[in-house]
Design a protein around this ligand. Sequence first.
Ligand SMILES: Nc1ncnc2c1ncn2[C@@H]1O[C@H](COP(=O)(O)OP(=O)(O)OP(=O)(O)O)[C@@H](O)[C@H]1O
Ligand SMILES: [Zn+2]
Length: 746
Amino acid sequence: MTKAIICRVALAIPLHKQFDYLLPKYLSADFLGSEQQLVGCRVRVPFGGKRQMVGIICEVNPELDYDIAKLKKITQLIDHSALLSEKLWSLLNWASFYYQHPFGDVYQQAIPTALRQGKEATFKGSEHWQVSEQSLNIDDFKRAKKQHQALTLLGEQCLSSSSLKEQGITRVTLKALQDKGVLETIDKQPQVNLNWVDDFEESTEKPNLTSEQALAITAVNQQNQTFNCFLLEGITGSGKTEVYLNIIKPVLQMGRQVLIIVPEIGLTPQTIQRFQQRFNVPIYLKHSALNSREQLDSWCHAKQGSAAIIIGTRSAIFSDFKDLGLIILDEEHDASFKQQDGFRYHARDFAIKRAHLEQIPILLGSATPAFETLHNALQGKYQHLHLTERAGNAKPPSSSLINLAGLPLQSGLSPQLVELMGKHLEKNNQVILFLNRRGYAPVLMCHECGWLVKCGRCDAFYTYHKSANYLHCHHCASTLPIPHQCNDCGSTQLISTGVGTEQLEESLNQLFPEYPTVRIDRDNTRKKESFNQYLTDINNGKYKILLGTQMLAKGHHFPDVTLVALIDVDGALFCNDYRASERLAQLYTQVSGRAGRAEKRGQVILQTHHPEHDLLQELVNSGYQDFSRHALTERQMAQLPPYSFQALLRCESDNATLAESFLGLCKQVIEQITQLNKIERRLFVLGPIPASMERRAGKYRFQLLLQADHRALISKTLHQALPTLDKLPEGRKVRWSIDVDPIDFV
Ligand SMILES: Nc1ncnc2c1ncn2[C@@H]1O[C@H](COP(=O)(O)OP(=O)(O)OP(=O)(O)O)[C@@H](O)[C@H]1O
Ligand SMILES: [Zn+2]
């Protein structure tokens, strides 16, 4: 009798636990004697009630202390060998440990949706027809002209439905022949180009490198066969992309693949075009706007080696490659690299770990490196490369502040700024106004008693959207019709206070009717095409005033923009999050970086009520480089990251007491462990305290912060604590999660 194979399967559920199943005999026959081959294969298994789930085999024939008669059976064995490469498999295991997230869910998030659902890891095939009857005599079909023609064509080769259609053969004809048992269909995989390296060519249209670019490129290219982490700190417009292109080239020439990670693909179609124009190799994209079939195809191209370059957002870091030779992470400071729910990984950290395991170079590029990265570079852990000058003839913009105190403002615009805008526009230049607040106004208020319209589910006010004619909470997405009366005093005089992009747009149309304004924010660029159309129109000079939120700050290159103004950033100056100043400095530098990127000199204006503020003074007078070095010493004095390491336990519930007391229990468990390990003086547990937005979408939210002088202390402690925390019955009444290396404390 054949021995049963028992498989331990990880499922995408929020439990740190795996489940055992029996591989039925009819599925196990091929694997007897080579059971280990099953590890890494996907299976379909029954789970709870009638549900079927796709899981992944992590262990075969584990030691058991129970009766196997109770085990359920695997329904389907989807793969016959491990789906992912060994390296990627071990990276995912590392990530599961480091981020304290169940392996089943880590794994599922790392693969495209179609594979999560159990689809085969193959390209989209296409229907082909071929002759099935060997002893066929075509002459028998002479009287049916079309059938005869079809068989003549197919007698020599197998053809796709579409090419048959082009030659006048319809489905009806083919079906008729199929019914007669003469023809059959097969699903044929498309031909893929695995030999792109043989016809590798580089476009001759490229600039002469600046000496700084050349230095950076040489530094990387000299060591491109082994692991090295490089930080390319290059001011805005310094030509970082040109450096990327030049370090990619030798890697492609070796026939190896390149992975480029960017914050948001939709926002920078220009950058992608530059890669496509430079090299004649197959480039595939990987981002969430692709449908699940396209995602799977690009995944397969990477895995089989028919993609030379993959350009993708955060999750592209999990692509499996045939032969990965280089990773580039552009705008490495960008917060979108950190996933903010579920599996809270950081794509940059995962990428570095990956490059290390694959023994390949990784380059992080930014004008405003994250403090973590900068710290590592300054310490010599990463090789630090610099581009301190703008490429071509462009010069860095000049910066100055406008003190708003006492000035009459029109939708937030000072008279000085309006005058300056006029001057730039007269010269046929473009102007960018940056305001990170969409909607018409951030609050609606009673003019008589000061009552403010607050979201009933969040500690936040409703934003007034005038054209859509409703109130909208930007935190829980709930909406409300505009109230006619004050809830407190009954007055009908409700007025909006503060300025959002929608209102500013209205004013700009009045102030500068002859200069068309375009507003770029999430409200009016929901469709991908509309955003691309705006970008084209901006580059064609159709719009002269570009008004927008963060979306306008990211990596765009508009040669005619000479003035950039930040309308209101004061809110970020007095925020209690220790990362707020870093973020503001990055934003300021990135937004300003859109000015004067070509021949014409740029100017940057920052409007504020606090011109004396140290941060603003430093940014305007010395820039990000000086600010960041200085701010790092402050972090060191306060023993904050990157000079310490953190993890955050978050908990939320309809009931504030439940949420808070659960974290209280967690604290006890963790402190017992630190005492046992004698590290209580090196790992602090702070809290529980309410999150800075205590109530969101109807839930009360609390946090417990772990801080230590060493990364490993946190991961080991959490790893030891988790089995106990998982079993706390109080944990079932709340929602809780662990965020390792948190960057957001809201
Ligand atoms: N050596 C060079 N000579 C002339 N022009 C160059 C050179 N290198 C790059 N450029 C041009 O300079 C412009 C800015 O380059 P790029 O977009 O790569 O800057 P960047 O460093 O990525 O800026 P940002 O961080 O602001 O996105 C581009 O139009 C690019 O074609
Ligand atoms: Zn809300």
